[in-house]
Design a protein around this ligand. Structure first.
Ligand code: TNX
Length: 505
């Protein structure tokens, strides 16, 4: 009952039970991960090396196996023990997660559970993901979720073989990334006076200040922790719109340096955007230098969604620049400006990721497009010859309600039902990503309620693809029914982890 469903699984006769004398032979990082994930609940020491007694061995190693790709693995359990092979350590990390799912669900408990035989069914698994990018966006700008929750969230991604955490670190309502060179970004931009009470369309404020931000050193530790689990962290600095917090901190970044804006206290889109002057571009490049220093991942997301161009149209400097560059519309300055960021980041050997609005404003060559405004934006990105991550709101916006039941907690909009997520067919893309914009997700509890089980369905879309196969010898009655049965079992794992997910209908 694995989730996501493996490429191939054959159930063999017999089983293997982990005991106090079961040993581990694996690269250090893999053996450590196995113990981190299995020892707390089982109490088993899983010492290095062949077992002292007759406890059998868990052997995991990298081999020359190009067909397994960057993340695939083979896993065999028989009566003598466990063998896993992969071409990379990342593949072995996913094998560890599969091993954990093969154990009784109590293995997910945080404290020792007695009286459970830690029995693994004999199986032969070959498992290779369908998509290289399997992501989850967490918006920590609208609400600054506590650092320990980010660790927990990384664990949950890894448990679903999701390999990318997209951290949306800045927005109109808050700047959460410490920048040494521009300390006011967090000192001022990290705090707002109030937030909407109820739905933003009702126009009421709660009068309660909110703020917070992450230290670079803490983010570095988070990145290292995620790395040990096979999860890459992609930072997003949303530019040049959704940047009112930055303009509140440094009015000279805005289009009217004499105007002191506040960090935005309502949701929606600010009309205030960065100016396109060389000094501001240089400052943004300085900021990005600190970003790449903290986040080693190849991709840096520079936003670009929902950028109103009215301030540029009203700015003599911006309109003159558009003319000088031969751009037909002042809005096209965004494409040019983002190209400057791409060139700067290329100097750090980084690629940029952008929201699909850039397709309409001259997306820089080589940018990876995050298609969110419907599935036709996936086609648009492909028509432009750019790599695309499928993130359409119709299938992957988990901040939307799951049903139109009036008992649903307040959501930004509705609905993205679980079955719709599972039925998503992204096509020939780099990968898929689920979005948790946090306007209406003020607490970790609410994030998890909205994330699960939809993120589990998306994990399967990203890893397994849409074809139903015969798993565990059970012939599925249909892909959805088969998934639902497996999900029911999987939810018991989430129960052990204390994840307050939305119950199935
Ligand atoms: C649009 S999706 C936004 C976000 C909001 C989200 C709410 C995207 C690239 N921009 O700023 O949080 O809608 O669903």
């Amino acid at each position: 009952m694995l989730l996501p469903r493996p490429t191939r699984l054959i159930r063999a006769a017999g089983d293997f039970t982990l005991t106090a004398t079961t040993g581990v032979q694996a690269p250090d990082g893999i053996a450590d991960l196995l113990r981190e994930l299995v020892t707390p609940a089982t109490g088993l020491p899983l010492p290095d090396g062949p077992a002292a007694g007759a406890g059998g061995v868990i052997s995991m190693r990298t081999v020359d196996a190009a067909q397994l790709g960057a993340e695939g693995y083979r896993l065999t359990v028989d009566e003598s023990g466990v063998r896993a092979e992969a071409a990379t350590e990342v593949g072995l990390r996913w094998a560890v997660q599969t091993l954990r799912q093969l154990l009784p669900e109590q293995v997910y408990a945080a404290a020792p559970v007695r009286g459970v035989p830690w029995r693994l069914p004999a199986v032969q698994i070959v498992d290779v993901p369908r998509y290289a990018w399997r992501g989850s966006l967490l918006d920590v700008a609208r609400w600054c979720h506590p650092l320990p929750f980010l660790y927990r969230y990384v664990d949950l991604l890894a448990a679903h073989k999701l390999n990318t955490l997209h951290l949306h670190l800045t927005d109109d309502q808050g700047w959460r990334f410490e920048v040494r060179r521009y300390p006011r970004l967090t000192e001022v931009g990290g705090y707002r006076a109030a937030s909407p009470a109820g739905h933003a369309r009702d126009g009421r404020g709660d009068g309660v200040p909110h703020g917070g931000w992450y230290r670079q050193a803490d983010l570095r530790d988070l990145v290292a922790y995620a790395h040990r689990r096979g999860v890459r962290v992609m930072p997003e600095i949303d530019l040049p719109g959704h940047a009112q917090a930055a303009i509140a901190a440094y009015p000279e970044f805005g289009n009217d340096p004499t105007r002191q804006l506040a960090v935005r206290t309502t949701w929606g889109i600010s009309t205030h955007v960065l100016n396109l002057e060389p000094a501001t571009l240089a400052a943004v490049c300085d900021i990005l230098d600190e970003v790449v220093d903290v986040f080693p991942f190849e991709y840096v997301h520079v936003g670009g969604d929902e950028v109103p161009s009215a301030e540029w149209a009203a700015s003599p400097a911006a309109t003159a620049r558009a003319v000088e560059l031969g751009l037909p519309r002042v809005a096209d300055l965004q494409g040019w400006w983002t190209g400057q960021l791409a060139a700067h980041l290329a100097g750090h050997r980084r690629r940029i990721a952008v929201w699909d609005e850039l397709l309409d404003r001259g997306a820089p060559a080589g940018a990876t497009v995050f298609a969110w405004r419907g599935t036709d934006r996936i086609d648009a990105a492909q028509a432009a010859g750019l790599p695309v991550v499928a993130a359409p709101y119709t299938h992957t916006y988990f901040d939307w309600a799951e049903s139109d039941d009036p008992a649903e907690p307040l959501a930004i909009a509705g609905t993205v039902p679980l079955e719709t997520v599972y039925g998503f067919q992204p096509g020939d893309v780099l990968g898929v990503q689920g979005q948790l914009w946090s306007e209406y997700l003020p607490t970790p509890q609410r994030v998890l309620w909205r994330a699960f089980p939809r993120l589990a369905a998306l994990a399967e879309v990203g890893w397994s693809g849409p074809t139903a196969v015969d798993v565990d010898g059970v012939v599925p009655t249909g892909p959805w029914a088969e998934f639902r049965d497996r999900l029911t079992v999987h939810l018991r794992r989430l129960d052990q982890l204390g994840v307050g997910y939305r119950p199935l209908d």
